[in-house]
Structure formats: structure tokens, C-alpha cells
Design a protein around this ligand. Structure first.
Ligand SMILES: *[C@@H]1O[C@H](CO)[C@@H](O)[C@H](O)[C@H]1NC(C)=O
Ligand SMILES: *[C@@H]1O[C@H](CO)[C@@H](O)[C@H](O)[C@H]1NC(C)=O
Length: 320
């Protein structure tokens, strides 16, 4: 019996060693193995001294089962330790990763802060820009209004200018017309004296006085050879004359004729100082070819000398 117990202990020992070899563990399992071996040896020693009852097999079997169970639990623990190690390694890696992410997060937050500040600055500048834009819009509107007004004024001035140009053109035409009329207008004016030879008359018939001293005879409408003025154009003329006489005993007088129509009898006599004179003037409307002349009435006399006392003048006021 003693030898049988020792054999069983040996078997257990062998089994244990093999289980250790399979798991590869060499840590605290070795201590447990040593304890078991010593327990078995104790059992062997005890079995050497005393008789072992058949119950010992049951106890040994129970012991064996406990050892097996213990072994299984140990393996579980080893596995858990390995897993723990792996988890710790992963945890460490995660912590490193976390630190990196925190650093990046801090950087990102700094960037966000920086961007917020820049945003504030940009907002302020943007507000300023918007104000400037509003101001420019107002100014633009004002300028547009002024431009419109100015354009209206320009349009008005253009219209006035057009009207003035039309009037100016018309005036220029009128000026040209007047220049032409003026150029076409006959120039007629004369002043003549009767004679330097003293008395003319008296005659027993009327005579046309022939004024022979020519002061002016523009247009040659007055003829000194006949004493007659002939109207070169239809128009309005002015004529005047003065007659003089020194003998108070004789009538002095002059008639003015338009064609065969007498216009005036102008005469005088017996001035207390011995000198008599007449003077008269008329505006007459003449047809072209009409004649004007002065007549000495029958029995009358008139006097002239180098003093140019008896004269006849006339000119065209305007043609018609
Ligand atoms: C002229 O008048 C004077 C007086 O003033 C007179 O003596 C003389 O007779 C008059 N002569 C004639 C011609 O009438
Ligand atoms: C009369 O007319 C002539 C000619 O124009 C002139 O020479 C003369 O001086 C005049 N006589 C007087 C007294 O003015």
C-alpha cells in the first residue's frame, strides 16, 4: 500500500510538470508546484509509517481534482494577466494618443481664438466699409441729382441757343437785306445858291429860277442848266429854300412847284430896315420822274451875292 501511494504521488508530480511545460509559466506556479510536491512527500512519509485505509484513495482523488481545478484557474489567471498587460499597453498608447489629440485640440482652440479676434477686426473694418459705402451712395445720389439738374439746364440752354441761332440767322438775313437795300438806295442830296450877280428880275412872266452855284449835288438829280430837280426814285423827299431882297419898294417872293402844282407862295415887302427875306420847307412824296423847281413870280425880284443869301436844298429821306 505504501508503494502504491508513492506511485500516485509521483504520477501527480509528473502530470503537474507536464502541465507547467505546456503553459510555459515559470513564476509563482513553481512555488505552488513545490508546495504540492512537499505535501505529497509528506503523505508518502506518513503512509510509510502508518497503514493507509482504502479512504485514502478517495482523498487522493479529491486532491487530484483540486489540483486540476487549481491548475485551470491558474491558467485563467495567466490569461487574464496577459490580457491585462495588453490592455495596459493599449491604455498607454491611448493616453499618448490622447495627449497628442489634446495638444492638437489646444492648437485648434488657439487658432479658433485667433480667428475670432481676426473676425472681430474684420467685422469692425466691414462695418466701417459699409458706412463708407453708404456715404458714397448718398454722395452718388446727390451727384446724380445735380447732374440731372445740370443736364436739364444744358437742354434748356440748347433750346434757347437754337432759338437764338434762328433769330440770329434771321437777323443776319435782315442785315444782309438792309445792306442790299442800302446799297441799292439812291443817294440824293443837293444844295445850290442862285447867283453871285445880284438882282434877278423883275420879269413880266414867271420864270424858273436857275440856281447856278453848286454846293452839293450828290446823285446829280438837280440840273443847274434847267434849275429843275427830277426824282430818281419813288420816295419821300425834303426841300427847303430861302430868298432875299434889298430894295424895300419891290415885292420879293418865291413859289415852289411840284410838277405843275404850286406848293407855296412865299413873299415879303417893305421891311423897315430895307432887307426882306422868305424861307420855307416841305416834306414831299414823289413818284420817280416827278420834278421840283422854284419860280420867280411875274414882277418880283430876288437878290443873291457871294454871301449865298438865296439858296435851294433838298434830299431823299427814304425811297418807297
Ligand atoms: C415903305 O414903308 C415906308 C414906311 O415904313 C413908306 O414910307 C414907304 O412909302 C413904303 N414904300 C412902299 C413902296 O410902299
Ligand atoms: C459862298 O459859297 C462859296 C462856294 O461854296 C464860298 O466859297 C463862299 O465863301 C461863300 N460865301 C460866304 C460869304 O460864305
Amino acid at each position: 500500500m505504501r508503494s502504491a501511494a508513492a506511485f500516485l504521488a509521483l504520477l501527480l508530480c509528473l502530470y503537474w510538470t507536464r502541465a507547467q511545460g505546456e503553459s510555459g509559466g515559470v513564476t509563482e506556479n513553481d512555488i505552488t508546484q513545490t508546495e504540492v510536491q512537499s505535501e505529497i512527500l509528506d503523505v508518502k512519509a506518513t503512509s510509510d509509517q502508518t497503514n493507509i485505509t482504502p479512504d485514502i484513495w478517495a482523498e487522493l482523488e479529491e486532491l487530484r481534482d483540486m489540483v486540476i481545478q487549481h491548475s485551470v484557474e491558474l491558467r485563467k489567471m495567466e490569461k487574464l494577466e496577459q490580457e491585462n498587460t495588453a490592455i495596459q499597453a493599449r491604455l498607454t498608447a491611448s493616453e499618448i494618443k490622447n495627449a497628442v489629440l489634446e495638444a492638437r485640440l489646444n492648437t485648434a482652440e488657439n487658432v479658433v481664438e485667433e480667428l475670432k479676434r481676426e473676425n472681430t477686426v474684420l467685422e469692425a473694418r466691414m462695418n466701417n466699409c459699409e458706412k463708407v459705402v453708404e456715404e458714397l451712395k448718398r454722395e452718388n445720389s446727390d451727384l446724380k441729382t445735380r447732374l440731372n439738374t445740370a443736364e436739364n439746364v444744358v437742354e434748356e440752354l440748347k433750346r434757347e441757343n437754337t432759338v437764338l441761332e434762328a433769330r440770329m440767322s434771321s437777323n443776319e438775313l435782315q442785315v444782309e437785306e438792309l445792306k442790299r437795300e442800302n446799297a441799292e438806295q439812291p443817294k440824293v442830296a443837293f444844295s445850290v445858291g442862285l447867283t453871285d450877280a445880284g438882282y434877278v428880275g423883275p420879269f413880266n412872266t414867271e420864270i424858273t429860277l436857275k440856281f447856278s452855284k453848286i454846293f452839293t449835288n450828290i446823285g446829280q438829280a438837280y440840273s443847274p442848266t434847267t434849275g429843275v430837280f427830277t426824282a430818281p426814285v419813288r420816295g419821300t423827299y425834303y426841300f427847303r429854300f430861302t430868298g432875299f431882297e434889298t430894295r424895300s419898294s419891290n415885292w420879293m417872293g418865291i413859289y415852289l412847284y411840284h410838277n405843275d402844282k404850286r406848293i407855296t407862295i412865299s413873299d415879303d415887302i417893305n421891311d423897315s430896315h430895307g432887307y426882306v427875306s422868305v424861307s420855307n420847307g416841305f416834306v414831299l412824296q414823289l413818284e420817280k420822274g416827278d420834278v421840283i423847281y422854284l419860280v420867280l413870280p411875274s414882277g418880283y425880284l430876288v437878290y443873291d451875292s457871294a454871301n449865298n443869301r438865296t439858296t435851294f436844298s433838298g434830299f431823299l429821306l427814304f425811297a418807297m
